[in-house]
Design a protein around this ligand. Structure first.
Ligand SMILES: [Zn+2]
Length: 77
């Protein structure tokens, strides 16, 4: 059985993030720890990447999409 991959979104201009692994959160809560966060970097030229938490669970990091073009162009229409 494959564990679902957690997906997190980061800001358009973010190059570093701190994420909480939901799988570790469950494990850590069960044993009374609170160390389920991990940090990573996503360079600006990348829109998404898969990172591993400290236990090796996969977490998909996705950069937030650009604002809809219609919102920026509506004034010129
Ligand atoms: Zn984990």
């Amino acid at each position: 059985m494959t564990e679902p991959v957690q997906a997190l979104e980061i800001g358009r201009a973010a190059t570093a993030f701190t994420a909480v692994c939901e799988i570790c959160l469950g494990i850590d809560t069960a044993v009374g720890l609170s160390a389920s966060t991990f940090a990573g970097r996503l360079e600006l030229d990348l829109d998404e990447a898969v990172f591993l938490c400290r236990r090796g669970h996969q977490v998909s990091i996705v950069r937030a999409a650009d604002l809809p073009a219609a919102a920026a162009d509506s004034a010129a229409a």
